[in-house]
Design a binder for this molecule. Structure first.
Ligand code: NI
Length: 179
């Protein structure tokens, strides 16, 4: 089990466009995915992208259940390893909701996202993934895939009055280990 330190906003490696994975089911890729899952769980994140641990590859992991204290009362998101993803909006509707990011510790902001999406890609073994998602699930996927394009959620925000410290915005969550 290897917990990596997570790069924080301001680090140039978070702004790169990540390279696609070419070879699947390799020991190196398996190790990367395991390290990402360990790091995400340790940080109590709902997702993590390879660039956040300094790896320049199109790999994201995500998933959330009701046991996650950073995102209580959120719908379940299936635990997923998604490689070389493509996200397509399904319809014009957007939704505005709070997001946090392990690379932007201690803060939350309201971010507009597509309400419904289709996402495709492959799993660790190169098997196809093709899903439709909406709401929080769709938001998490868009957030993580943005990391692969060098985009952090504040770069998507339109109203900076809706941006602040988690402990101020959500005092009830003050006891939660934050980022
Ligand atoms: Ni993030």
């Amino acid at each position: 089990m290897t917990i990596h330190s997570i790069l924080k906003m301001g680090e140039a490696r978070l702004l790169r466009v990540a390279r696609p994975v070419q070879e699947f089911d390799t020991p190196e890729l398996r190790q990367l995915v395991q390290d990402m899952l360990d790091t995400m769980r340790h940080a109590q994140g709902a997702g993590l992208a390879a660039p956040q641990i300094g790896v320049d590859l199109q790999v994201v992991v995500f998933g959330s259940d009701s046991a996650n204290p950073r995102y209580p009362d959120r719908p379940l998101v299936p635990f997923t390893v998604l490689i070389n993803p493509v996200v397509t909006p399904l319809g014009p509707e957007t939704a505005l909701d709070w997001e946090g990011c392990l690379s932007v510790p201690g803060l939350r902001g309201k971010v507009p996202r597509w309400l419904r999406i289709r996402y495709t890609g492959v799993d660790l073994h190169g098997g196809a993934i093709d899903r439709e998602a909406e709401g929080f699930h769709a938001r998490v996927v868009q957030h993580e895939c943005d990391h692969l394009a060098g985009i952090l959620y504040p770069m998507r925000m339109q109203d900076f009055t809706q941006f602040g410290f988690t402990e101020v915005l959500f005092p009830d969550m003050a006891s939660v280990q934050e980022d």
